[in-house]
Write a protein that binds this ligand. Structure first.
Ligand SMILES: Nc1ncnc2c1ncn2[C@@H]1O[C@H](COP(=O)(O)OP(=O)(O)OP(=O)(O)O)[C@@H](O)[C@H]1O
Ligand SMILES: [Mg+2]
Length: 323
C-alpha cells in the first residue's frame, strides 16, 4: 500500500527528501517539518547538505553543528551538520598505513586482507560526517518522534546511502585483520613479556560501530520507519536524475512511495514565455504520470511568484503538499 505524505509524517520515524539540485528539497522538507510539528510530533529537521540553506528556508540563523528550537514552532528543532568538526581526527586516521611499521615482508597470511582492505576507497569526508550524524540520530532512538533529513543533491546522497554497506565491509575487514594480527602479537607478547597490557581496545570500539551501522541500515530499510521522498521538477534532466536516484534506492533497499513534482508553471494567458514553459512541463508531466502513477503518490506543486522563505511562505507551500 502506498502511504501518502501525511501518513508518513504522522507515522514514520525517518523521512528523507532528496533529488536534483535546486528543485525544492529544502523548502519541502521545512514545510513538512512544520506540518508534522504542528500535528503533535516532536520533530527534528537535519540538513546533510554541506552547502546548507535550511536556515535561509526557515528564515532563522542556525549555528552550524548545533540543534536549535525553531522560532514560533514549538515541537520543531533544526540542525545543520558541520562537516568540518572532527576533520583533523578523520584525516589523521585515514593517513595511517598499516604496512609501514611491519617488518614481516608480505608473505604472512593476513597480507591478503590488508590488500583488499587498502583497495576499498575511503568515503568522502562530507558523506562520512553526514552519515555519522545520521547514525547518531538513528542509533540513539533519539528524543524525537520524527527526524526529517533534507539531503544534498542526488550524487552526494547516493554516496551517503552507500556508506552503511561500505563501512560495515570495511570495518569487518579491519576486525578480521585484527583477529589474525592479534594471534601473532599475542605470541610475541608471551615470548617477550610477562605482564598483560590492559587498556581501551580500539577494535572493541570498531565492533560496536559496526553493530550500530548494521542496526542503522536495518532501520533505513524498514518501510514502517523510513521513507525516501523524491522531489523533482517537470523537466527531462530531472527525469533522468530521478531514474538514477530510484535505481540507487532499489540497490540500497531504501523504501519510497512518494514523488513531488515541484515548480509547475501556472496557466498564463498574457505571458507567452511562461505558457511555452508550461507546455514543455505538461508534456514531461504526462511522461512522469505514465511512469510513476501506479507505484507512487504523485504530488504536484505550482511555481509560486515569490521565493519560499519563512513561516508564512512555508505554510502556503504546505497547503499544496497536504491538501
Ligand atoms: N514551488 C516553488 N515556487 C517558487 N519558488 C520555489 C518553489 N520551490 C522552491 N522554490 C525556490 O527555489 C529555490 C531552491 O529551493 P530549495 O532551496 O528548496 O531547493 P533545494 O532542492 O533544496 O536546492 P539545493 O539542491 O541547492 O539544496 C529557493 O529559492 C526556493 O525558495
Ligand atoms: Mg537544499
Amino acid at each position: 500500500m502506498k502511504k501518502n505524505l501525511k501518513s508518513l509524517l504522522s507515522q514514520n520515524k525517518f523521512i528523507l527528501f532528496g533529488g536534483k539540485g535546486g528543485v525544492g528539497k529544502t523548502s519541502i522538507s521545512s514545510a513538512s517539518a512544520i506540518w508534522a510539528a504542528e500535528h503533535g510530533r516532536k520533530t527534528l529537521i537535519i540538513s546533510t547538505d554541506p552547502a546548507h540553506s535550511l536556515g535561509d528556508s526557515l528564515d532563522q540563523k542556525l549555528p552550524k553543528g548545533e540543534t536549535v528550537q525553531v522560532e514560533n514552532v514549538s515541537n520543531l528543532y533544526a540542525l545543520e551538520i558541520n562537516p568540518k568538526i572532527n576533520l583533523d581526527e578523520y584525516q589523521s586516521a585515514m593517513n595511517v598505513n598499516p604496512l609501514e611499521s611491519m617488518p614481516f615482508g608480505n608473505s604472512l597470511p593476513f597480507m591478503e586482507d590488508i590488500g583488499s582492505f587498502a583497495s576499498m576507497n575511503p568515503p568522502g569526508i562530507d558523506e562520512a560526517m553526514a552519515f555519522g550524524k545520521v547514525l547518531e540520530f538513528i542509533e540513539t532512538e533519539s528524543d524525537y518522534d520524527l527526524v526529517i533529513f533534507d539531503t544534498a543533491p542526488t550524487g552526494h546522497t547516493l554516496r551517503l546511502l552507500a556508506l552503511p554497506d561500505l563501512l560495515s565491509g570495511w570495518i569487518g575487514k579491519l576486525i578480521s585483520l585484527r583477529l589474525k594480527l592479534g594471534k601473532i602479537f599475542g605470541m610475541f607478547k608471551k615470548m617477550f613479556s610477562k605482564t598483560e597490557v590492559e587498556g581501551e581496545d580500539p577494535f572493541e570500539m570498531f565492533k560496536k560501530l559496526k553493530n550500530s551501522i548494521v542496526n542503522a541500515r536495518d532501520e533505513l530499510k524498514d518501510p514502517s520507519k523510513t521513507s525516501f521522498i523524491i522531489v523533482m521538477i517537470s523537466e527531462a534532466m530531472a527525469l533522468y536524475e530521478t531514474e538514477r536516484l530510484l535505481s540507487g534506492l532499489y540497490q540500497y533497499e531504501i523504501p519510497f512511495s512518494n514523488i513531488i513534482v515541484n515548480q509547475i508553471f501556472p496557466e498564463s494567458i498574457d505571458c507567452k514565455f511562461c505558457q511555452s514553459r508550461r507546455n514543455m512541463q505538461l508534456k514531461n508531466l504526462k511522461e512522469i504520470r505514465y511512469l510513476y502513477e501506479d507505484d507512487f503518490n504523485l504530488i504536484e506543486i505550482p511555481l509560486f511568484d515569490t521565493e519560499i522563505s519563512g513561516y508564512e511562505q512555508l505554510k502556503k507551500l504546505g497547503k499544496y503538499l497536504f491538501q
